[in-house]
Write a protein that binds this ligand. Structure first.
Ligand SMILES: N[C@@H](CCC(=O)N[C@@H](CS)C(=O)NCC(=O)O)C(=O)O
Length: 246
């Protein structure tokens, strides 16, 4: 078998989307964690983009989780995540794209609440097993880089909260229309994987990288906001998709 490698950040919800799809299809792959910041040297060299995930599949290289998704559907159609029906397929493509955009707001809103907490940079950097003094040195650099890159500033965070609410309401309406289990076509599709993985940081399914805060350690107002998210239909749906399909 030619080598398959997913270049990723462990904490990235876009990378989770690709991992989930690869796992669902039962495809073997190796993970290569790139360090945030210097990753751009490799990502530019591999795929001429700044972001991860990037998949190397033998000689082929595909960057961007959506392009990876359709690449995998095309070359590895077994355990398909694409509805056969044309209308359902169109609905799935539309939802997948929408979720891709909402993923940005999930990230900005959540970082806006927790970026200064030590658990966050630990979750980001611990997987690299760097010597402790190097990790201590990198922590504030990575935090400030993340803040700048994703525009974690009060006004933008507030706007992202509004966009996020729109996205959650849109998904809840779609789930009501579809019967509540899967978003389109009555079975797991790329739309479900995109929605569940890109929203996962909000509800922190057990065992995922976002399950990082000890119970009762967050400020009560934020704790309640996150508990409310987990309790609302779309929050329960994400947790259920993780329990059943991940
Ligand atoms: N639309 C892209 C978004 C990927 C993305 O935003 N990745 C982030 C991590 S969550 C990233 O690589 N950021 C680093 C950078 O922009 O330098 C995809 O679906 O792959």
């Amino acid at each position: 078998m030619s080598e398959r490698i997913l270049y990723q950040f462990p904490i990235s919800h876009y990378c989770e989307k690709s991992r989930w799809q690869l796992d669902h299809k039962g495809l073997e792959y190796r993970i290569r964690n790139l360090l945030p910041g210097p990753h751009r040297l490799r990502s530019q060299w591999l795929a001429r983009i700044n972001t991860l995930p990037i998949l190397r599949d033998g000689k082929r290289v595909v960057g961007d989780s959506t392009k990876i998704a359709y690449y995998l559907e095309k070359y590895y159609p077994e355990r398909s995540l694409t509805p056969a029906d044309a209308d359902q397929r169109a609905a799935m493509i539309e939802l997948e794209q929408q979720m891709d955009r909402y993923g940005v707001h999930v990230r900005r809103w959540l970082y806006g609440q927790v970026i200064d907490r030590p658990e966050v940079m630990n979750a980001m950097l611990d997987p690299y097993r760097l010597p402790a003094p190097i990790q201590r040195w990198l922590t504030p650099i990575t935090r400030e880089g993340t803040r700048r890159l994703y525009r974690i500033e009060p006004k933008a965070v507030m706007r992202s909260e509004q966009r996020l609410e729109e996205g959650l309401a849109m998904l809840e309406a779609q789930l009501t229309r579809s019967g509540g289990e899967y978003l389109v076509g009555g079975r797991l599709s790329l739309a479900d994987i995109a929605a569940a993985s890109l929203l996962a940081p909000l509800v922190a399914p057990p065992g995922t990288p976002w399950d990082m805060f000890a119970e009762g350690s967050l400020p009560p107002a934020l704790d309640k906001q996150l508990a409310d998210l987990r309790e609302r239909p779309v929050g329960r749906w994400v947790l259920e998709r993780y329990r059943t399909d991940r």
